[in-house]
Design a protein. Structure first.
Length: 256
C-alpha cells in the first residue's frame, strides 16, 4: 500500500476497549509520526497496558475492541499479531520480562533472532553490533551473559535484554510498557534516552507507557487517559497546562 509521506505512522481514532462487564476506554484518539515518541500516562490500574495490547494485537479473547487503528497505512484494529504482516507488527517491550523471554533459549539466541529474524547464532558482524548495544544498556562484559538463560540472570538484567530485543527489531513502531520499572533511576534515564535516540535516528515511531513524569516530559507528545477517555493530548507541558482534569492538575503541580 502506498503511504502519504506526511501521514501518521500510527493513527488511532474512536477506539473503544471493553470487557463483558465494563468499558475500559471510549473514543481514544491520537497519532504518532515517524521520529516521534508519545508518552501515555494515567492513574494506576485503569488499563493502559490494554491500550498497548490493542495496538499490538495481543488482546485476550475476553476483551473487545472497536474503532480504527492504522499502522503503516494498514487497518489493524482487532487483527491478532499472528495474522499480521511484518509491517503491521510493532516491537513490544513488556513490563514482565520473565514472561516475555523464552526460558528454553539462551540470551544470545533470543537477541540473534530479534536481530536477524531467522538465526539463533550470531555472525561476527552481528555480534559487534549486539555487544555495542549491550554495553549501552549497562552490560560491561556482554560476552559473559550471552550463553546464559533467562532464569540465570537478575530481573533488571532480563528487563534490559527485553529492551535490547525491542531495539534490535526492524519494526516501524516500538511499544515500551513501563520498560524501566525494574531498574535504578540512573540506568532508567540512560535507557529512556537510548529509546528516544533510536526512534529519532531510525525515524520510526514509539509509544512509552510510563508513570514517570520526567520521562513523559522528555517525549515529543503526551497522551493522558482517565475516566475512560482522553483528558489531555499534545506537546507534554502544553497538554497538561491546557487540561483542567484532576489527574493533569496533580501532574502539573509536580512540575511547578
Amino acid at each position: 500500500m502506498s503511504i502519504c509521506v506526511n501521514a501518521p505512522l500510527l493513527s488511532v481514532d474512536q477506539l473503544t476497549i471493553k470487557t463483558s462487564s465494563r468499558t475500559l476506554f471510549q473514543d481514544i484518539h491520537f497519532d504518532v509520526y515517524r521520529g516521534e515518541l508519545l508518552a501515555i500516562m494515567g492513574p494506576s490500574g485503569i488499563g493502559k497496558s490494554m491500550l498497548s495490547r490493542a495496538i499490538a494485537g495481543f488482546l485476550p479473547d475476553t476483551v473487545e475492541v472497536e474503532g480504527h487503528i492504522s499502522l503503516s497505512g494498514d487497518a489493524v484494529c482487532g487483527l491478532p499479531m499472528l495474522q499480521r504482516t511484518a509491517a503491521q507488527r510493532p516491537a513490544v517491550i513488556f513490563q514482565d520480562a520473565l514472561q516475555a523471554l523464552n526460558p528454553l533459549v539462551s540470551i544470545e539466541g533470543q537477541l540473534s533472532l530479534a536481530l536477524t529474524g531467522t538465526r539463533t547464532k550470531l555472525k561476527s558482524q552481528d555480534k559487534i553490533k549486539l555487544t555495542e548495544l549491550l554495553v549501552q544498556l549497562g552490560f560491561p562484559n556482554p560476552e559473559t551473559i550471552l550463553p546464559l538463560y533467562p532464569s540465570q540472570i537478575s530481573g533488571g538484567q532480563r528487563q534490559r535484554i527485553c529492551i535490547a530485543i525491542g531495539l534490535l527489531s526492524n519494526a516501524d513502531l516500538i511499544i515500551a510498557d513501563e520498560p524501566t520499572s525494574a531498574l535504578d533511576p540512573v540506568t532508567e534515564q540512560e535507557i529512556l534516552k537510548l529509546i528516544r535516540d533510536n526512534v529519532k535516528q531510525r525515524q520510526i515511531g514509539g509509544l512509552l507507557i510510563t508513570h514517570d513524569l520526567h520521562s513523559a516530559l522528555a517525549c515529543d507528545k503526551l497522551l493522558v487517559i482517565d475516566d475512560g477517555g482522553v483528558v489531555a493530548y499534545g506537546a507534554p507541558k502544553h497538554a497538561l497546562e491546557s487540561s483542567s482534569h484532576a489527574f493533569c492538575c496533580s501532574l502539573r503541580d509536580l512540575i511547578e
